[in-house]
Every structure is written in structure tokens, then in C-alpha cells.
Design a protein. Structure first.
Length: 314
């Protein structure tokens, strides 16, 4: 049975903390999407997360911490850039890829010498991690390759009965996964491995250095696979509004050249991201067969959304 705990209830929050420290697996709210958390020092708990998600072993996971001080528990040889970025963007949707601390289990790094770390901005989760000085892996709380959850109900749709508890913190504010920034070798360049809410422009402005976002790279990032983030419905970019009038069209703002049903997600990237997975989950619940997507504007601020949707479309 999966227990439903409320993040704003102190007793429930403490219970979630106890479950995690005892090796349980608990879905937790973050500002991006819900993650399936396990104590990152507990091999058994880590294995349970991979089994519940049916995620292949060897796929590295992000460690979530409650304070910047915890960084040195997980990473070594930290470049100054890491602190500068952490102080500016944390708590928040930026994951730093660093050199791993020697004691970190290869189970969570995919056997590599790097470690991904982030400090999430959801206040109760942050409190819990800080209080117990816990680092938790928290891959998105969905079955492998499916749509990331942005509410506790989404988590239960996919994982009810397979996990010990879900900590309900309401709907995720950001709504898409964090930016992953590779800082393993800052002297030879800084790259974004998964575009996200924090953009290359924001990072390069802070550091006074250029930041690349290669379209393809060989670092193991699940979101780098061609198929990912998939709803059950057929999701397609709309090339010709005349060609198809069946199914629902997801738009930024209402379009007058579409005769079928449409759903507005929002005119800005932040509004659109907040609404996107929620809308896709809802349409899957309604067993919608086909979902059309209005093409998104060019430009860096829409890049993370184009990236997710390119991998979710057929
Ligand atoms: O916003 C997020 O990042 C969410 C929330 C729950 O925090 N988490 C998330 O985790 O998206 P996940 O596991 O679904 O995606 C993490 C990505 C994976 O594609 C993984 O391959 C990559 O991060 N990653 C983690 N550790 C890595 C490492 N050591 N080297 C390369 N890639 C790594
Ligand atoms: Mg994921």
C-alpha cells in the first residue's frame, strides 16, 4: 500500500523523513516535477527505486540535497564556478554535474566518476533534507520513459502500490525537469546537457563565460534518448491546420485557424511549462487519442520545451 502524506503537516513530513532514513522509497514534490526519493547512501533503497520505475541499472540519478554545505558530501574538486552558480540559482531548477566524491556509490553515477547534484526549491522537501542531512536520489516519479508527474495524483496513477509513500506538496510550480549543467571540466568549457528552466543566457551572464548547448552528446542523460517524456496519446507537431481537425490542439494562445478543440497553455515559457505535463496527464486520463502541438517559437527561452516535446512526439 502507498501512504499519502501531506507536506504541510509536520507529523507527516517527519514520517516521510523517517521512511527515507530507514530505507523506504517516497515520492516527493520538487518545484520541477515529483521525484521518487531514496537515501542515496543506501544501496538497497536505490535498487528499489530502479525496480519500481523499471529504470535500467546504470542510468545515473541526481542527488538532491537540502543545503549548499552538503555539496562536499557528494562532489570533490569543486570549481569556484560551482559555488557561484549554487549561490545564485539554488534553491532552484539547476543540476550541476561534478566530479564525484570517492565514497559515492557507483550505483547512482552509472559507474562514472561524475555526480549530478541539485538543491530543490520546494520548502518542505528542503527542510526535510537539511534536517536529516540527507542526500536522496530522486529520478522523476514515473515509469521509465513515461510522462513526469506534477501532482501526487499523477504519481499514484503510475506507482500506486509500488512505493512506500507519496508526500503531497500540491502542484509543481515549474512543471518541467531541471537544467543539467556539465561542470566537470570548466577550463575546457561549460555545457548544458539537458536544457531546462535555467537558460544558457542566464548562466553565461552570471559567469561571464560562454555556455554551449550541444544538440547531441555522449553523456548518459536519459532525456537525451530520442524517445522520452511520452504520454499515452499520439503527440504530433501541427504542420498544417487544414490537414487535421480531429483531436485536441495545445496552443500558447487561442488560434482562429483551428476548427477542433484547443487548450491554452500560456503565452510565456514559464506559464507553458507549468501547464504542459498537467495537461498531457489530463488528456491521457480522458483517453484522448491524438494531441496536436502548435509549433513553438524559435529562441532560447523556448528551447527546454522544444527539447521535451521533440522527444515526446512521434
Ligand atoms: O528536475 C529534475 O531534475 C527532476 C526532479 C525530480 O528533481 N529529476 C529528474 O531526474 O529529472 P531524472 O532521473 O528523471 O533525470 C535526471 C537526468 C537523467 O537523464 C540522468 O541520465 C542524468 O540526469 N544524470 C544524472 N546523473 C548523471 C551523471 N552522473 N552523469 C550524467 N548524467 C547524469
Ligand atoms: Mg525522468
Amino acid at each position: 500500500m502507498t501512504l499519502v502524506l501531506q507536506a504541510d503537516n509536520e507529523t507527516h513530513l517527519q514520517h516521510a523523513g523517517r521512511l527515507l532514513t530507514l530505507g523506504g522509497i517516497v515520492a516527493v514534490p520538487t518545484e520541477t516535477v515529483y521525484g521518487l526519493a531514496a537515501d542515496a547512501t543506501n544501496a538497497e533503497a536505490i535498487r528499489k527505486v530502479y525496480a519500481a520505475k523499471q529504470r535500467p541499472q546504470g542510468h545515473p540519478a541526481i542527488v538532491h540535497v537540502g543545503s549548499i554545505e552538503q555539496l562536499t558530501d557528494w562532489a570533490s574538486d569543486l570549481p569556484d564556478f560551482a559555488y557561484q552558480l549554487a549561490e545564485h540559482f539554488w534553491p532552484g531548477p539547476l543540476t550541476l554535474l561534478l566530479k564525484r566524491h570517492p565514497r559515492v556509490s557507483p550505483l547512482i553515477t552509472g559507474g562514472s566518476h561524475s555526480i549530478a547534484v541539485r538543491l530543490p526549491a520546494q520548502p518542505q522537501l528542503q527542510q526535510l533534507l537539511k534536517q536529516h542531512r540527507l542526500g536522496v536520489i530522486a529520478p522523476s516519479a514515473n515509469m521509465h520513459q513515461q510522462l513526469s508527474p506534477t501532482t501526487s495524483a499523477h504519481v499514484l496513477e503510475q506507482l500506486e502500490g509500488k512505493i512506500d509513500a507519496v508526500l503531497d506538496g500540491g502542484r509543481c510550480q515549474v512543471g518541467i525537469e531541471s537544467t543539467i549543467l556539465d561542470l566537470r571540466d570548466p577550463k575546457s568549457g561549460i555545457q548544458i546537457l539537458r536544457p531546462g528552466p535555467v537558460t544558457a543566457k542566464q548562466i553565461s551572464e552570471l559567469l561571464g563565460q560562454s555556455v554551449q548547448t550541444p544538440p547531441e552528446h555522449d553523456v548518459a542523460v536519459a532525456g537525451n534518448m530520442a524517445r522520452h517524456y511520452q504520454p499515452k496519446a499520439k503527440l504530433r507537431w501541427l504542420s498544417d491546420p487544414e490537414a487535421a481537425k480531429e483531436g485536441v490542439l495545445l496552443v500558447r494562445s487561442r488560434r482562429h485557424d483551428w476548427a477542433g478543440e484547443q487548450q491554452e497553455l500560456g503565452a510565456t515559457p514559464a506559464q507553458y511549462a507549468h501547464a504542459l505535463y498537467y495537461a498531457l496527464h489530463e488528456l491521457d486520463q480522458q483517453q484522448q487519442a491524438t494531441i496536436w502541438l502548435e509549433p513553438l517559437p524559435e529562441g532560447e527561452e523556448w528551447q527546454a520545451l522544444r527539447n521535451r516535446l521533440d522527444r515526446a512526439t512521434e
